[in-house]
Design a protein around this ligand. Sequence first.
Ligand code: FAD
Ligand code: DHB
Length: 389
Amino acid sequence: MRKTQVAIVGAGPSGLLLSQLLAREGVACIVLERRSRAYVEGRIRAGLLEWTTVELLKAAGLGERMMREGLVHDGFLLAFEGRTHRIDLKGLSGRHVLVYGQTEIQRDLGEAAGCRVVWEAQDVSLSDFDSAHPRVSYVQDGVRHSIECDFIAGCDGYHGVCRASVPSDKITHYERAYPFGWLGILADLSPLNEELVYVNHRRGFALCSMRSRARSRYYVQCPVEDKVEDWSDERFWSELAARLPAELAARLVTGPSIEKSIAPLRSFVAEPMRFGRLFLAGDAAHIVPPTGAKGLNLAAADACLLSQAMVEYYRTGSQTLLEEYSSRALARVWKAARFSWWFTTLMHKLSDDALARKLQLAELEYLCDSDAACRVVAENYSGLPWPRH
Ligand code: FAD
Ligand code: DHB
């Protein structure tokens, strides 16, 4: 039986960042990932980092390429009923955000990984996490391997095995699935606008984002039942153009997509995030709808809080931060869950109800007229301050 200090399940951003933060402090860990490295590094997902996440990645030794290639944004546009309003993030919150793709972060983390990743580890299972000697096991090349550890970090996403291993009477799930999804495309075309544009249109939401000055990322709201095959590139571009204010639509450059996918939207929080010596982090514990780009940032915040708690334990023997991990993480999670839910309901077509539409437009107009309301948006979007300890 092999031994390590921390067994981490999942090599997404939360698992790899946790491994990097622990390894830098001399804590031994092993990461078990079900998929291949190429698959994990090729997944197109998040694109926007809060500045606290940027600082954390820099402190973890991952800043060099990120600061060279990432795009600093000081604001974004809200568009509705043919008009646009800029949210001045820098002016209203004193902070900016960074456009830098999750694929790039995965690559940077993969190259830096301070500890061992077992790729394509099948049938991971956990046991004894309510004892002092938890175990994880996995199958590779037809052989089952076991690892004894001090702690297990469940960083294995929404569909992972870690949360599912907790007895149902020990965990509470709060969940809402939205009746729509985001159809996203990636294209090697120059972005429509210097800054991101979030669009509320009676046909549905749209988002104009980017990965670099030469690579655009666009999304349109679609029925959750739609299939990617229903959406040719031509249909996508004409739907996007129909949702943009005329002067932005006129600037839209179209071309072949290099990736196209549909993501369902969900709000989900599991409480608590600690079960004996098993700790959940990132999407394993919570999912937010993507509007406002909080998911990856929450995953990074969890990895930071958990690494601090584990490092303190190995340095001093104190369990205080381990005991506080769940409540400290959840305080931040619920605030991001609230903002993501609010921004989603403000910007999407929720139903055919005429009253609901009028109320949305009244709220958007109120936002345009009120510095105080815009400041609330800017503070939440650019990232709330981290809890102190
Ligand atoms: P994941 O990235 O899901 O990683 C979990 C890992 O665990 C995976 O590699 C998986 O293969 C592995 N795994 C699962 N089960 C097992 C098992 N049984 N055994 C071993 N390994 C297992 N967030 C933002 O902050 N900003 C954005 O702009 C943004 N945009 C998004 C756009 C889209 C279209 C989507 C879908 C998401 C977006 N997000 C965004 C959310 C963000 O991508 C996630 O919150 C983030 O990936 C969570 O990281 P994680 O490491 O917790 O989980
Ligand atoms: C992206 C995704 C988001 O959810 C968002 O609010 C901003 C940007 C993106 O994938 O680029």
